[in-house]
Design a protein around this ligand. Sequence first.
Ligand code: SER
Length: 582
Amino acid sequence: MKASELKKLYIDFFKSKGHAVIESNSLVPEHDPTVLFTTAGMHPLVPYILGQKHPLGKRLVNVQKCLRTDDINEIGDYYHHTFFEMLGNWSLGDYFKIEAIEYSFEFLTEILKIPLNKLAITCFAGDDDSPKDEVSANVWKALGISEERIVFLGKKHNWWGPPGATGPCGPDTEMFYWADESKPPEKFDPEDDRWVEIWNDVFIQYEKTSEGKYIPLKQKCVDTGLGVERVSAVLQGYMDNYKTELFWPIIEKIQELTKKDYQDNKKIMRIIADHTRAAVFILGDERDVVPSNVDQGYILRRLVRRVIRHMKMLGCEKSMSILAGEVISIYQTNYSSLNSKKEYILGELEKEETKFQKTLEKGLKEFEKITENSNELLGKDAFLLFQSYGFPIELTKELCNEQGIILDKKGFEREYEKHQMLSRVGAEQKFKGGLSEASDETKKLHTATHLLNEALRRVLSSDIKQKGSNINSKRLRFDFNFDRKLTEEEIKRIEDEINRIIGLNLPITAQEMPLQKALDSGAQAEFGAKYPDVVTVYYVGDYSKEICMGPHVENTKDLGSFKILKEESSAAGIRRIKAVLE
Ligand code: SER
């Protein structure tokens, strides 16, 4: 079964069970200081899992673009990916374990027609935080799964979330498929690789606090996730996701360009195919990301440079745009934005390739020279490779690993800090991070962002539109279209305007309405962002109205005093403001 058919069947099935279809969110999450990319379908839904009402109801389904970067170096096996598509269905305080499992079972056995004897299950074994999940096991048994095919495991395996230190989480039950041609054994051994995990039903019922406590949530939710690539592969009889139609044309192109065989170069070719696909999706995202040394741009740079180096290892140069073209052909039907942004995507990749190709050869020579008589690479040398030859530290580390050389990574970090380039370190920490933080500080800054958005239009130009926003507990960052630097006087006028509004003690209220009605009423919407058919509009008194998910403070009097710290260029025609509340 092709991936596109799997996606359609899944969406149609959950629609028939009363689920509303939501659009895939951007790969770059908004208002989330803790992660750089959307890592799971539940990620954009966190405010709703925590109790906010979703405009489309309590049952949702979607295909979400996800990107996981916790360990880019893992890529190369048959089933891990940086970018992937996740099918998910959610219950926001509606059905719980019984129906969730029944739906999963019905979809697997009746829609996908997987025979019962090819399925096995794991459930949560229980610990001090949460009891053994007998309920799930009993539901599975009632559906016909034999006792021998159900295994109870601990938190490491059967607990999901929070991805960061705090947030919603709970026990899960995972479904496994016998992906081998041989007869499936009666007894399920989760250690046997021929049992491939295909779906995860998470029963979100706790919020983990910063003290490590698990507090029961007011509403119990279901969050499920099924990886499109993996499930299509096993249903097509492949124990290799790269053999499916989602990757094979890219692999064929790599074989053609390098005149080498996949069989002999699996790991390298998988890295190239995986990273090219991820880079195309990052560049093709609604939020414009370009290769850089910070945040999402740094990840993009790492992915692209790793492709370039691996293609070079296979003896091929200048191939980024050819490979990216293959990715676009595979996905353009489902993701039309890849096609409309094709020129931009290929252009950015070519620019990055040209930039890196100039220094890669020299950098590799320098690396050889430095390590010729030594089995250690000093921090200062790694920094030289970074600064003068554009080698991301992870690339240098990979070179060191390949040649048995010890890298002084700490020394590199010291050099890095010395050069006051802390952003990348921050970026690394962010991927390890978790979910939307809704602390009082971020809430206040979020409301202040709405005021800034409106004040810019009133003070500078009515053509101004939000082009991006990022909030953490310390500051807000706001990007908007404007083609020149702001004067000091303008900055002061914007600050005064916002502080005047804050002083009016305006209430913040929210109202749900159809998207078109919201737009017709003049509510602000982020340029290029996708919205569901029904949205929430947040009002700050009658000063600002904006489509948004919240959360916000209740009254502007909670905000304190607004101050702009910095105004700079972010890209051509885009200015960036960083501001704080004091
Ligand atoms: N959030 C869960 C996961 O990522 C289920 O979607 O596996």
